[in-house]
Design a protein around this ligand. Structure first.
Ligand SMILES: Cc1ncc(COP(=O)(O)O)c(C=O)c1O
Length: 687
């Protein structure tokens, strides 16, 4: 047992004492001398153990004073609640929104968005040295052709030895090297499933899975999982009986975004349940080496008796994302994965593979990982503590056991896409929870990445985010709704969530007409009409949450409906079936208007899949619509009448759509007068 092992052993013991509450937050730990006298360990071992604890974020070292326990997340923060969406298979349409979010991320932003390691955590000098070594092969003229289609044997051998929990290291040929973990998952998914098939995923889940499932035209079945324990195997058993699931795509070790690691018993049971039903599992173990506890968790693959787990991972989170070195061990599906891999890329870069193999050859990787785990653990704790300090009371935070991400549940009225947009304007990137589901389930959650050292600048970023959340979380000024409340006003606004001041409008209108309940609705153009046509929506738009819980939601029978559409589409809009109407292209800013996602969802439930979204954010929606010659919109009446006079639009009055409905639409940029216009419009409706 070496010296290093002793200090780690001591650090682990002290950590357990802190976690168990033997030393409470702020309490002083024994001095070096005291521990030396008590344990007989050398002062330098004890000192190293304390340094280790400091790197893990477990203690604070106060100069000339000693070592103090830091607060622990567990017990301090409340766990986020489980997703509650219905468990049914659906198509995914998330790429457009995801593209926009990703486009808007820049390197200058405070990096809470992407789950990537800070360059400061990566062993750049050793990697550069490995690159120089590999370059020498090229100087000697070797390695100039294509590499082996399934990967460099040297790297395969090293990877095979690293997969934990397997009784024997698998032979090299079991491992297929890929360009990153996502390529491994892509190959596996295409191997085991076809367009239209149902793929089971944890909910919330990792955005790229959803994007891939959308691209492959498969359907997803999102199963809510517990933020601490992960997937419930018994629940999966029932789901498999009810649905024709073709494959599962799970991330059971330090799940992105929740950060849990399932316990071994649950993993074993899960594999058994899936094996029994003959359903393959694609396992993403990319974060498995980044544990905050004592031991690396075993993957599902370790319990796989039938070769039905297609294991996938990469070095993107642990060593360097840019080399794009990943791998899969696809069990009985190997031949097909191998063929697909060859067909799409012939081979992966030998250079990149050899650099990684060179790095893995010595003990450098184990040392690097130990350091990296400590840094991630500390960064995660620091970020979570800052969130608990700066965010409004009631904010719920996950307590990850490894990996990079924190999952934060905000007040119900907070829209993570709006928060994302406001934060981006302040140069802070975050990841909206809405992107962790294909069924709009996590609109008031965000994911924060903890991949960067938690500097003062990052703390200020969290403080600023907390302030934004606080601003958006203010309760309505209006008093509670009387019990006899019977009527509701639903108001549709064109998308400009920043300036709408919905609460203010609600309370103004409520004071004017206390007998009514009000919900403010945001819309994007004609998508709403599609919902009306399909009779999924009655009496208004999908309503944005009105923060006043006292506002009951009851229909108001309104006086008139003004539906506007391009002349060319007159007949289709007026008399078309719901399928025809659903087939019209969509116009709008899904990013600005998250309800777009909800609307799509409703269509998906009807078995209709509108999938074209024209962005209207460079221009106002109506002119985008006119230029495109498609779609529908709701707008200020006088504008609609003017466009009608010019022959650009047609307007139908209520009798075409005998629904109890009222829409008042404001153009987004009339900031000063919008409240006035809205009030006038509402009064007009009441006349
Ligand atoms: C769960 C998960 N799987 C896969 C990836 C992507 O891996 P790679 O870069 O190796 O393709 C990520 C990156 O964020 C991830 O979080």
């Amino acid at each position: 047992m070496g010296r290093q092992y002793q200090y780690i052993q001591l650090a682990n013991k002290l950590e357990k004492d802190i976690v168990s509450g033997r030393y409470r937050a702020g309490e002083k730990l024994p001095s070096l001398r005291k521990l030396h006298a008590e344990s007989g360990r050398s002062i330098s071992t004890i000192n190293q153990a304390y340094m280790e604890l400091e790197h893990r974020g477990m203690i604070e070292v106060r100069e000339k004073s000693g070592f103090y326990a830091r607060p622990q997340l567990r017990g301090l923060v409340q766990a986020p609640t489980l997703g509650s969406g219905p468990i049914k298979p659906h198509k995914v349409a998330i790429n457009t929104l995801a593209d926009m979010i990703q486009l808007a991320i820049s390197r200058e932003m405070l990096p809470f968005g992407a789950a990537v390691p800070s360059p400061a955590l990566l062993p750049h000098k050793q990697l550069a040295s490995c690159m120089r070594t590999v370059t020498s092969h090229y100087q000697k003229g070797r390695k100039l052709g294509y590499g082996h289609p399934t990967g460099e044997p040297e790297l395969q051998r090293r990877i095979a030895r690293r997969i934990p929990g397997l009784v024997n290291s698998p032979p090299n040929e079991e491992i297929i090297i890929t360009n990153g973990c996502m390529q491994a998952i892509d190959l596996c998914l295409r191997t085991v499933a076809r367009p239209g098939d149902i793929i089971l995923v944890e909910s919330p889940t990792f955005l790229c899975y959803l994007q891939l499932i959308e691209d492959l035209n498969m359907r997803v079945l999102e199963v809510p999982v517990d933020s601490r324990h992960g997937i419930d195997p018994d629940r999966i058993g029932k789901i498999l009986e009810e649905h024709d699931v073709r494959a599962a795509l799970f991330n059971p070790n330090f799940h992105n975004p929740l950060g849990y690691a399932m316990d071994n018993e649950a993993k074993k049971r899960l594999v058994q349940v899936m094996n029994d039903q003959g359903v393959p599992i694609i396992e993403d173990d990319i974060y498995g080496d980044l544990y905050f506890g004592d031991v690396r968790p075993t993957p599902l693959k370790a319990y796989d008796q039938r070769g039905m787990v297609l294991y996938c991972s990469s070095f993107s989170k642990t060593l360097i994302p840019d080399l794009r070195v990943g791998w899969t061990m696809p069990g009985i599906f190997r031949e097909k994965v191998k063929r697909l891999k060859f067909n799409i890329s012939i081979a992966s870069s030998q250079f990149n593979q050899l650099v990684v193999a060179e790095f893995l050859a010595g003990g450098a990787f184990a040392r690097h990982l130990r350091k990296m785990r400590n840094s991630l653990k500390k960064q995660t704790t620091d970020t979570a503590l800052a969130v608990s300090r700066y965010f409004p009371q009631g904010t719920k935070i996950s307590v990850p056991e490894g990996g990079y991400t924190l999952w934060v549940e905000l007040g119900r009225t907070i829209d993570s896409l709006k928060l994302w947009s406001r934060a981006a304007k302040r140069n802070i990137s975050i990841f909206p929870g809405a992107l962790c589901s294909g069924s709009n389930q996590y609109s008031h959650y965000i994911r924060l990445s903890c991949g960067h050292p938690f500097t003062e600048k990052l703390e200020q970023g969290i403080a600023e985010l907390g302030r934004l959340v606080g601003e958006m979380d203010r309760p309505s000024l209006a008093g509670p709704l009387p019990a006899h409340q019977t009527r509701e006003i639903r108001i549709g606004l064109n998308s400009d969530p920043e300036g709408l001041q919905a609460e203010q409008l609600c309370s103004c209108i409520y004071r004017m007409a206390p007998g009514y309940s009000i919900s403010i609705n945001q819309t994007i153009s004609g998508n709403v009409l599609k919902l009306l046509a399909s009779r999924e929506l009655e009496g208004g738009f999908i309503h944005g949450d009105c923060p006043e819980s006292g506002f009951a939601k009851i229909h108001l029978t309104t006086r008139r409906l003004c539906v506007v559409g391009p002349v060319t589409l007159k007949e289709r809009i007026k008399t078309g079936s719901k399928e025809e109407i659903a087939a019209l292209p969509w116009i709008g800013n899904p990013l600005e208007c998250p309800y777009c996602q909800v609307m799509k969802e409703q269509f998906h439930d009807l078995g209709l899949f509108p999938n074209i979204i024209l962005r209207a954010d460079q221009d106002n929606a109506i002119s985008a619509m006119i230029r495109a010659g498609v779609g529908l919109n709701f707008m200020l009446e006088e504008d609609a009448r003017a466009a009608e006079r010019e022959g650009k639009l047609v307007i139908w009055d209520r009798e075409s759509y005998p629904l109890p409905l009222s829409f008042v639409t404001l153009r987004s940029r009339r900031e000063d007068i919008r409240v006035k216009i809205l009030l006038e419009a509402v009064q007009k409706i009441w006349k």
